[in-house]
Design a protein around this ligand. Structure first.
Ligand code: CTP
Length: 400
């Protein structure tokens, strides 16, 4: 089994401004308890909410606040400080700090360290819900994510400002779990090849029209990213989505179910296969020229598409050791998904409600039940990134 112990690891914790900064103190306490060495940097904004003294007392190390205190030869230089840790964690990460990170600014100690570091970076955003939904913040986070920066939270709930929605800093134990995942899993799947399908498929009706579904690809892409972070070589075969390619992943874009099927077969052999795509069950016998609006509406002839998951799970020679499917259900979740697991021949199936109001398809959160040989285990509702981390954790336990 993979070593998930954190003892002896080192974290550089950057605390930026915001009412949630007090939670950083609890995070330091939890990290210290787990045997992690913590060095803290307090931004000017952060210092408005927690005192350097309280941070210092918990870290058992001096707190760094000012870039210029590091120019002194007797002090540690900022380059060294940025590289002395195994992981850089920004918690809370304010909208302002995230924007400055995305822009590559280096106008204070925190941003200078973040620009100079060669270590993995994790951010735990915390801000007002409107700031979180602002297109500028969305674009900044997409930029950071495309650079391989891990994002933890935020969680939804009542906010200090009286509004409700996503924007609350993830709880310290959630951040600790993400840190454990990141540090404990580094390299756990190295040498393994994982093939993931993600997103919808588009089935042509004619050269300009197609049938599709509401899948965003967020869950499949998050799983691909988490597998890559655990050291696997990842081939992500994705239908049309509006998402950046996860860093460190080989992306193969496809349109139709038939093309996805061919790409999966071409990507074999693999050790792990995760079928997250919402593959169209039917394709249209497509017209080779644009259907015209003359006379009666056209009759579309539908033909069943290949079942990619079932085909791969039933292969004799090159079946991956661990085949994982998803089951999108609107009713009788566990019973239907259990039957689907048997029918499709996969090892695990991850069942989720996709009924009206579930907000799963296209949304950022997911609520799933893992079904394997031991039965059905419900997982609490969490971000798609957190579900991906948890799944990868289970994969590591199974494969190592
Ligand atoms: N799947 C696949 N190829 C298909 C259809 C589905 O690989 N042509 C995979 C999906 O990626 C998912 C699993 O099969 O991992 C279940 O998909 P789902 O849509 O829930 O099941 P269906 O087989 O389509 O069954 P139904 O729609 O009748 O529930």
């Amino acid at each position: 089994m993979a070593d998930l112990s954190l003892a002896g690891k080192r974290v550089l914790l950057i605390i930026s401004g915001g009412i949630a900064a007090y939670k950083a103190l609890e995070l330091i306490r939890l990290l210290r308890k787990a045997g992690v060495g913590v060095r803290a940097v307090l931004t000017r904004g952060g210092a408005e909410f927690v005192t350097p003294l309280s941070v210092q007392a918990l870290c058992e190390d001096r707190v760094y606040t000012d870039l210029f205190s590091l120019t002194d030869e007797s002090e540690m230089g900022h380059i060294q400080l940025s590289r002395s840790a195994d992981l850089v964690v920004v918690a809370p990460a304010s909208a302002d700090l995230l924007a400055r990170m995305a822009a590559g600014l280096a106008d204070d100690l925190a941003t200078t360290l973040l620009l100079a570091t060669d270590k993995p970076v994790m951010v735990a955003p915390a801000m007002n819900v409107r700031m979180w939904h602002h297109p500028a913040t969305i674009a900044n986070l997409a930029t950071l994510q495309s650079r391989g920066i891990a994002i933890v939270g935020p969680e939804a709930g009542g906010m200090a400002c009286g509004e409700f929605g996503p924007g609350r800093l993830a709880e310290p134990d959630t951040i600790l779990a993400a840190i454990r995942q990141r540090l404990g899993h580094a390299g756990a799947l190295s040498g393994r090849h994982a093939v993931i399908t993600s997103g919808p498929t588009h089935e042509a009706i004619d050269p300009v029209r197609y049938i599709a579904n509401r899948s965003s690809g967020k869950q499949g892409h998050a799983i691909a990213q988490a597998l890559a972070q655990a050291g696997a070589r990842v081939t992500l075969i994705t239908g049309p989505v509006a998402l950046p390619e996860p860093p460190g992943v080989t992306c193969i874009p496809v349109e139709s179910a038939a093309a996805m099927h061919a790409a999966v077969i071409a990507a074999l052999p693999a050790d792990i296969a995760v079928f997250c795509a919402a593959v169209a069950d039917w394709r249209v016998v497509a017209a080779d020229r644009k259907l015209k609006k003359s006379g009666a509406p056209p009759q579309l002839t539908l033909v069943e598409t290949p079942d990619i998951l079932s085909d791969i799970a039933h292969r004799a020679a090159d079946r991956p050791a661990l085949v994982i499917g998803f089951a999108a259900e609107t009713e009788n979740l566990v019973a239907n998904a259990t039957a689907k697991r048997a029918r499709k021949g996969c090892d695990w199936i991850i069942a989720n409600h996709v009924g009206a109001g579930s907000d799963v398809m296209g949304g950022d959160a997911n609520e799933v039940v893992l079904i394997n040989q031991d039965g059905a285990t419900p997982w609490p509702r969490a971000s798609k990134a957190a579900i991906a981390e948890r799944l990868v954790s289970n994969i590591i336990k199974e494969m190592t």
